[in-house]
Design a protein around this ligand. Structure first.
Ligand SMILES: Nc1ncnc2c1ncn2[C@@H]1O[C@H](COP(=O)(O)OP(=O)(O)O)[C@@H](O)[C@H]1O
Ligand SMILES: [Mg+2]
Length: 328
């Protein structure tokens, strides 16, 4: 597939207690035009930092190595107008809409600011575009909404406003960082359906970040699994879900409660996740892996092509011969 976005060898360090700590380690990925790609993994695995690196929204003091290319441009070299143009083509939706919206300004001001400031569109025209954008994400009574303040809207409604805002600049790539995690279940499903429909209608590429492998599989063509700041496996979502190659992916799949399986106790992935800077030498998952061998701790496994995808496990072939997860 013709790549819209390519990330090569991305390593990011952030200052923690005054010391640079590695949070992403040699991340390489590509997203094609109109492709929906999931990024899953436990908390702290580096999903948000991956999206923020792409969007050029890393915290102050971040040290970055590697390359980020968007439609033939070097994203890391962008400044001024070039960076503003890039930000209109690559939009981000965050987990907690309230943390990313100014509470003392109206929804209308929030939605039209980029259009009025960057594109010099008149207030009246910008309002018209904002109304249409709100209608597109299923917000009723959208003219009135423009005059309201964020606290007057529910979380689900506010997330729709954020999605409308992300779409106003007609982006080609949407980075959605756990957009439904903070919402209740029914609202989650509605917001997901809207995102999915808009994406298909507009041929948008999507990086969909979630800790829920099943949700990623339902929405995305391909899913990448991240652990300790690294990509551990990347494959077509259906394959990844049905027959995971990496023991970490298998553990994540098994940990998900299922209505089809009666479980007496909910399975969890044993141990706690480690960050990139805490990861030992060798495979970062070795300490929690049910299939660990000495050689897993000796050398860090590269992400390599296998079975139509990529996997970073030296035992993937032999484990793949047996069912990767045992279920009763
Ligand atoms: N502002 C920050 N400064 C320093 N470290 C951070 C900051 N934000 C996140 N981290 C660390 O970076 C690592 C990756 O975090 P993150 O990308 O937010 O994980 P995820 O989104 O997968 O939960 C974690 O170890 C986290 O503690
Ligand atoms: Mg996150």
């Amino acid at each position: 597939m013709n790549a819209l976005l390519t990330v090569t060898g991305l390593t990011v360090r952030l200052p923690l207690d005054g010391e640079p700590r590695k949070v992403l380690s040699d991340v390489s990925l590509g997203i094609g035009h109109g492709e929906a790609v999931g990024l899953v993994g436990e908390s702290g695995s580096g999903k948000s930092m991956t999206a923020r690196s792409i969007a050029r929204l890393l915290p102050q003091g971040a040290q970055v190595e590697g390359e980020i290319g968007y439609a033939g441009t070097d994203v890391r070299a962008l400044r001024g107008q070039g960076l503003r143009d890039f930000r209109s083509k690559v939009s981000m939706v965050f987990q907690d809409p309230r943390a990313h919206i100014n509470p003392v300004r109206t929804i209308g001001d929030f939605l039209t600011e980029a259009l009025r400031v960057n594109r010099r569109v008149s207030r009246r025209v910008a309002d018209g575009q904002a109304v249409r954008a709100l209608e597109e994400v299923g917000v009723a009574d959208s003219r009135r909404r423009l005059r309201q303040f964020p606290h007057e809207l529910s979380g689900g409604l506010l997330q729709r406003v954020m999605i409308a805002s992300a779409l106003l600049t007609e982006p080609r790539l949407l980075l959605a960082d756990e957009p439904t995690t903070a919402l209740d279940v029914t609202t989650q499903a509605e917001v997901m359906a809207i995102l999915d429909e808009l994406r298909r209608e507009r041929g948008l590429a999507l990086l969909f970040i979630t800790h829920d492998l099943e949700l990623a599989a339902a929405v995305c063509d391909r899913t990448m699994v991240m652990y300790a700041g690294r990509i551990m496996e990347s494959r077509a979502s259906a394959l990844l879900h049905e027959r995971p190659l990496h023991p970490y992916t298998a553990a994540l799949t098994a940990a998900r409660p299922s209505v089809l399986r009666r479980v007496h106790r909910l399975t969890t992935v044993p141990g706690r996740p480690v960050s990139a800077f805490e990861a030992p030498g060798g495979c970062p998952f070795a300490g929690r892996c049910a299939h660990v061998e000495d050689r897993c701790r000796e050398r860090r496994p590269d992400l390599r092509p296998l079975a139509g995808g990529e996997v970073a496990c030296v035992r993937a072939e032999e484990l793949h011969q047996e069912p990767a997860v045992t279920r009763d």
